[in-house]
Ligand binder design. Structure first.
Ligand code: TRH
Length: 412
């Protein structure tokens, strides 16, 4: 556990004003693509926002940059030093570190820093001249309470005698907050004005039938019996599934050959539509177009929150089962301010979807959930509004880095 220090409080307006002078102009973000797309998804989103809203120069160092092409078609794998939406994408460790380090170094999700960077830090070339870089350890999102006590703490100085500072995304104002672009809600509301049918038409899809519920499905594995429950249920459902998601489970029921992109398969009350795997911005539009979203991991969870519609979250499963406490902490936090009866329905359905809890039977939970979907929609909109009152993550990060730099420049 890192030692605590008395950090300047960047939430204080006086400190914020002083820090404004020290706002960092450049960031190096280091990300290892462990599996899936959450790590790269979060890092690219953060990088884009630092460029667009904080006038920063950002290099995003990826060990598997080809993964970026899945969520951002403007990136062409193999292109050295590509500029994608203002973000300079570099291949770690293939590309050499010939340029000076940025003012802020972000080590994302325990990725560590590449050896050549550590060697530069050890040489400490800034001594007696420019201030040293600020080293941030950017952590996973969690609603657990310990996060509040660890957010912004330093770890003991390492290479080049630099301390590393922990930065935790989170759900309260004692954490680093959630990624949210300044224009996100304006884009969402404009898309909603244009309507669901227009979005579907872009992908060659017919509008939903009257009374049919539109859901999106992004998960690791659907809960046992869930697909059959949808097919045999009373509610008419149309499920939009990005290509490759839940493929084995869907193929078992409807046949792999019917899961080609653009195809629509009817199975009882359930229509299954295979969508292309979308660019990040289009995935937002998919979430905005649906009545209910199934999301997973970290980044799509936050995007579903901002869609202001009900969602069911599947957490990334950990071998030691640590994800169960994390999921329950999230449910408790998200359930704040939601009528207890509706929060209970959401909780049991989410736990069943994750194969956790006593509920077990997804089909029974599902029937209860669809029965109160209008109330859950109202609650989702209110939760979104409440959480949107917090300062967004990118702003908090730049302010925190600025406060550290001010602190240091002041000789502390
Ligand atoms: O891909 P994930 O399961 O990522 C996971 C989690 O982040 C988890 O916490 C982490 O430990 C693990 O990776 C290593 O789910 P996530 O976080 O939602 O990331 C998916 C990204 O893909 C997100 O940025 C949204 C994006 N996306 C698209 O751009 N288009 C799509 O069609 C879909 C379905 C997703």
């Amino acid at each position: 556990m890192p030692a605590s220090i008395d950090e300047p409080d960047w939430r204080d307006p006086g400190e914020a004003a002083a820090s404004a002078r020290a706002v960092p102009a450049s960031f190096d973000i280091f990300c290892r693509v462990i599996d899936n797309l959450g790590d790269i998804g979060v890092c690219f989103r953060l990088a884009r926002q630092l460029v667009a809203e904080h006038a920063a120069q950002v290099r995003l160092w990826l060990d598997a940059p080809e993964a970026l092409a899945r969520i951002e078609p403007a990136y062409v794998p193999g292109e050295p030093s590509a500029l994608v939406r203002g973000v300079r994408v570099r291949h770690w460790p293939r590309d050499p570190f010939t340029e000076p380090l940025a003012e802020v170094l972000i080590e994302a999700f325990g990725s560590g820093l590449p050896d050549p960077v550590l060697e530069v830090l050890e040489r400490a070339p800034w001594q007696g001249s420019a201030p040293p870089p600020t080293w941030i350890v950017f952590e996973y999102l969690s609603a657990e309470t310990w996060v509040e006590t660890c957010h912004r703490l330093p770890s003991p100085p390492v290479r080049g005698a630099l301390p590393r500072y922990y930065f935790f995304p989170g759900w309260t104002d004692r954490t680093g907050g959630l990624l949210r672009e300044a224009d996100l809600f304006a884009r969402r509301d404009a898309a909603r004005m244009r309507g669901q049918a227009e979005f579907l038409e872009e992908f060659g899809l017919r509008p939903p039938e009257p009374g049919q519920l539109t859901i999106s499905l992004f998960c690791y594995q659907p809960a046992e019996g869930a697909l059959a429950a949808w097919a045999q249920g009373k509610a008419r459902l149309r499920c939009l599934v990005p290509e490759g998601v839940a493929r084995a489970a869907l193929a078992r029921h409807v046949g792999a050959d019917r899961l080609a992109v653009g195809h629509e398969v009817r199975w009882g009350a359930l229509d299954i539509v295979t969508m292309p795997f979308l660019p990040q911005d289009d995935y937002d539009r998919l979430l905005w177009a649906c009545d209910l979203n199934f999301v997973r991991g970290e980044d799509s969870l936050v995007r579903a929150l901002w869609a202001a519609r009900p969602f069911i979250w599947q957490i990334y499963p950990q071998a030691d089962g640590a994800h169960a406490a994390k999921l329950r902490a999230f449910l408790a936090r998200y359930g704040e301010g939601i009528d207890a009866a509706y929060a209970a329905v959401l909780n049991e359905c989410t736990l069943a979807w994750n194969g956790l809890g006593t509920a077990g039977d997804f089909a029974a939970c599902w029937a209860r959930l669809t029965a109160c979907l209008p109330e859950l929609a109202g609650a989702a909109a209110r939760r979104t509004e409440a959480l949107a009152s917090q300062t967004d993550l990118a702003t908090q990060l730049t302010r925190f880095c600025a406060s550290l730099r001010t602190h240091r420049t002041d000789g502390a």
